[in-house]
Every structure is written in structure tokens, then in C-alpha cells.
Design a protein around this ligand. Structure first.
Ligand SMILES: [Zn+2]
Length: 248
């Protein structure tokens, strides 16, 4: 005889719980959906690019071009398929630009220094170089202090199995603090990921890296240790949302 009233009195709590859970799910969907849709769009565009790069000249940037009054040169040619802050892997924000070759072939698309500085290639680096830019001369980049030291990092310049480096012979492993001009050839795009069974797909990964207090470079895989390359390279999203040189 106690059951009936007790069941009835529980009903409002059950309904309230259901409403709260439903609102939480809807809220979660509203929060995450834009990123999911954006990532799906990017992946669709990337497939279209890999299928036929020549069909999308409007998505291309050109190696060595300067977009407007940008301080850095475009480090390679291709389609900027993933930008700074993109979430194409769950729980990971991308720390730079992935620029996908228009040539569809390893060791063909040149990679150049975006800005003059001092190049280092650590002794165990197969596919990457980093350039130190002391006293970077701009007050125009959000978050950057005038005269701050920054670095630019260029990677994936090796074969799928990592055995063949595509970095210019001028910069063998162990190169330390060699001064180079902007536009200097660094090597060619490849797809070495660090693991031969999962190549990255042919592209250059380019990041603008913050310095440590002692003047070294920070770990560029963490977005917190990098700047958005957008303002340095002067690109802007076109109507498809692809970053390109606005003058082009
Ligand atoms: Zn990348």
C-alpha cells in the first residue's frame, strides 16, 4: 500500500533527470558540432585536393611568394589543408599549417626558409630543420612582443620509411646555427611521420615556435608553444574557408 504514493512521488524527479540529461546532450552537440562539421569539410576538401590538385588553383599558395606586406615568405607550394588550432585528431589542437603539395610526388615540391635566421638540424633529425629568428621586427602580430626571438620549424621532409632525407645536402644532420637568407632552399616535401606504417600524406608541417626563457625552442607539438602562422604569412580564408594569399 506504500508503493503507489511513493512511485508517484518519484515521477517528478525522474522527469527532471531526463530533462537535465537531454539538455546536457543538446548542449554538448551545439558545442562540438561546429568543429565536427568544419573538420568533415576540411577532410572532404583534402580528398578533392589529393584527387586532382590542378582542379583547385584557387586553393593554392606558391613557394617564395609574399602575401601583401607579410614579413615571412610562403615556405612551400600547395593547399593549406589544416590550419592552426584545427582539431583533426580528438583532444589535439594542430600547432601550425599543413601545406599539401600540388605535385603528388615525394621529393619534388621545394621548401624554403620563410625568414632569415640561424638554421639548426639536430643530429637525430631525418626530416626537420628549425630556424632561429632573433629580434623579430614586428608589433603587428597578436601576442608577439616587438623584438621577441621566435623560431620557424619545417618537417616531414623524408621518405615514407624515413630512410631517405629530402633535406638539402647543405644542411646535414648535426648542422648548428648556420646563418641563411630568406628563401634559401631547405629541401623538398615528403611524408615521414616518425613511423613507417603511418605516413603523414605528402605535405609540409610548418610552425612558428616560441622561445624558452634560456633562448631555446619550445616543443612545437603543443599549440601553447606556438603562434598562429596566419599573420606571419599574410594569408586569409577564401570563400571556401581555405587560407590563401589575398592578392592572388
Ligand atoms: Zn601538421
Amino acid at each position: 500500500m506504500e508503493l503507489k504514493p511513493s512511485r508517484r512521488s518519484r515521477l517528478p524527479y525522474v522527469i527532471i533527470t531526463i530533462i537535465i540529461v537531454a539538455l546536457a546532450i543538446l548542449g554538448g552537440l551545439a558545442y562540438f558540432r561546429p568543429t565536427v562539421v568544419e573538420t568533415a569539410d576540411r577532410i572532404r576538401q583534402l580528398r578533392a585536393w589529393f584527387g586532382n590538385p590542378a582542379a583547385h588553383p584557387e586553393w593554392q599558395v606558391q613557394v617564395g611568394e609574399r602575401c601583401g606586406a607579410a614579413l615571412m615568405l610562403m615556405p612551400t607550394s600547395g593547399y593549406i589543408g589544416f590550419g592552426w588550432g584545427d582539431n583533426f585528431r580528438p583532444g589535439h589542437a594542430h600547432s601550425g599549417f599543413d601545406i599539401f603539395s600540388p605535385d603528388g610526388e615525394l621529393n619534388k615540391t621545394p621548401v624554403v626558409a620563410a625568414y632569415e635566421g640561424y638554421l639548426t638540424r639536430e643530429s637525430d633529425w631525418r626530416s626537420a630543420v628549425i630556424i632561429r629568428h632573433p629580434d623579430f621586427p614586428t608589433p603587428r602580430i597578436p601576442g608577439l612582443v616587438f623584438g621577441e626571438q621566435i623560431w620557424t620549424y619545417y618537417t616531414h621532409m623524408a621518405s615514407t620509411d624515413g630512410e631517405t632525407s629530402f633535406i638539402s645536402e647543405e644542411f646535414p644532420a648535426g648542422t648548428f646555427e648556420i646563418f641563411i637568407e630568406e628563401g634559401t632552399l631547405l629541401g623538398y616535401q615528403g611524408n615521414w611521420s616518425g613511423n613507417p606504417v603511418s605516413p603523414t600524406g605528402l605535405h609540409l608541417h610548418f610552425t612558428v615556435v616560441k622561445s624558452t626563457l634560456s633562448g631555446g625552442y619550445r616543443n612545437e607539438t603543443d599549440i601553447e608553444n606556438t603562434y598562429d602562422p596566419t599573420a606571419f604569412l599574410g594569408v586569409q580564408p577564401n570563400e571556401d574557408g581555405v587560407p590563401v594569399c589575398p592578392s592572388a
